[in-house]
Design a protein around this ligand. Structure first.
Ligand code: EPZ
Length: 420
């Protein structure tokens, strides 16, 4: 196992290139199951989760190569509809093959994803929506057994809660359904929008892209003439690096970003005293005179993203005053608090809410990564702590951050990946 050693009190400078979005690449790779042609996909982040999903697709019979952030994939040869436990347990987003497999083959077996550190993360909304479309779903020995021998029928589906991968699963299934599907209360994340845009490039009629109501005319089971595409930039990776510039009071520039996907995040940083310049595909953050405390409530897009809650909590430890952070999406997304507290931060938890007292003097410590985004919060704290911090179990980070040490080193951080 490896750990990261990060020297504190570091200033950063220069620029960092943001990778393609992990949370767009995953549904888009599942979407290749609906394509009748080989696809060339660029700006793919070479992170562990993407490799896991490519492995799953290969196990199903797809043929793919992944090199220099480009995937060439032929899923036409897929001949199995059973996604087994040993892959799905590694990554819950594997559930994204459920909709496409069922729509294409009329049946599939997909292992139930485990929960994870941040919460129970059920898939009841995915399954309910498929049943509404004529699927017969059975849960047996930890597997979802789904059948729709006559294909999925178009109908109207209202999501009781906004679910990102639930929306993506059902949108992809609707693309091959018989008839028209109306979806209400659909997630509006940029990653969901790109799934719709790529399906539309394959001739699927989708009204309302980017809104919470979609009207999708299905192909009646016929595979789609999907066009090659490039994955959108990773807004969560971008937000993480913005926080790195902010917490170290550095001026840094992010390249290959889409500022429109980060409006809530940029606004929050400006309210905390930072100045941010933007062009069509770059963001430059300037140090704040004084970091101001902030009240943050996570919500669905375009609200403040839950995937940046931990990073902003680390930043709030350096603000002078009291910040309140409300996590509204997941029931257990404060795993970073105990590790940040061990570094000297003063954070009190009450239910969904964390009260962060700043400015806290942080000291280096041995800390443990618990989930992807909590781990990046520990890196931010380590950059300003006194001494060298060691972050263990960094396989969590490798799931979603491409070339982490390389990017941080290029910005001037002293960060090393060492053997335990
Ligand atoms: C996606 O997860 C992201 N993952 C998560 O990013 C992100 O935190 C989350 O959306 C919220 O933005 C991917 O896109 C691969 P949800 P997802 O379904 O789709 C409840 C990261 O760090 N719910 O939108 O699994 C659920 O428990 C990851 O990159 C149900 O109750 O999240 C949660 O409370 C972490 N039943 C809420 O909805 C369901 O059937 C939102 O979950 C589905 C979800």
């Amino acid at each position: 196992m490896h750990y990261l050693a990060i020297k504190g009190k570091q200033k950063l400078s220069g620029s960092v290139a943001i990778s393609g979005a992990k949370n767009a690449a995953l549904p888009l790779l599942a979407l290749t199951l609906l394509s009748k042609r080989k696809l060339n996909i660029t700006n793919i982040p070479e992170v562990a989760d993407v490799k896991t999903l490519l492995q799953l697709l290969t196990n199903l019979g797809a043929v793919s190569t992944c090199k220099d952030n480009t995937v060439d994939i032929d899923a036409i040869s897929v001949n199995s509809a059973c996604a087994n436990y040993d892959i799905v347990r590694k990554m819950r987003a594997s559930i994204l093959v459920l909709g496409p497999l069922l729509a294409r083959f009329g049946h599939c077996e997909v292992s139930l994803p485990g929960g994870c550190a941040i919460g129970q993360r059920p898939i009841d909304l995915h399954l309910k929506a498929l049943e509404k479309r004529g699927a017969v779903i059975e849960i047996k020995q930890g597997y979802v057994l789904a059948k729709a021998p006559k294909g999925l029928q178009g109908t109207t589906i209202i999501f009781d809660k906004v679910t990102v991968t639930g929306s993506e699963n059902i949108i992809m299934a609707a693309a091959l359904a018989h008839g028209t599907t109306t979806l209400v209360n659909v997630a509006k994340e940029p990653e969901v929008v790109q799934v719709c845009e790529v399906l539309a490039s394959g001739g699927v009629s989708i009204e309302g892209i980017g809104s919470s109501k979609l009207i999708i005319k299905g192909s009646g089971g016929k595979l789609l003439d999907i066009q090659d595409f490039s994955v959108i930039p990773d807004r969560i990776e971008a937000g993480t690096y913005l926080c790195a510039g902010a917490i170290t009071k550095s001026k840094i520039t992010l390249k290959n970003v889409n500022p429109k996907h980060l409006e809530a995040v940029i606004l929050k940083l400006e309210q905390m005293g930072f100045k941010i310049d933007e062009t069509k595909d770059t963001l430059t953050i300037h140090p704040a005179e004084k970091i101001l405390p902030s009240d943050i409530e996570t919500s669905e897009y375009p609200g403040f993203p839950t995937d940046l809650q931990a990073q902003f909590m680390a930043l709030c430890t350096q603000a002078k005053g009291t910040s309140i952070i409300d996590e509204r999406l997941f029931e257990n997304r404060f795993m970073h608090v105990s590790e940040l507290s061990r570094m000297g931060s003063n954070i009190k938890l009450k239910g969904h809410s964390a009260t962060v007292e700043g400015k806290a003097k942080l000291n280096a410590a041995d800390v443990m990564a618990t989930d992807l985004r909590a781990s990046s919060a520990l890196i931010l704290a380590a950059l300003v702590a006194d001494g060298t911090t060691k972050i263990h179990r960094i396989y969590h980070l490798d799931r979603g951050y491409e070339n982490l040490e390389g990017k941080f080193s290029k910005l001037g951080a002293h960060i090393e990946r060492l053997e335990e």
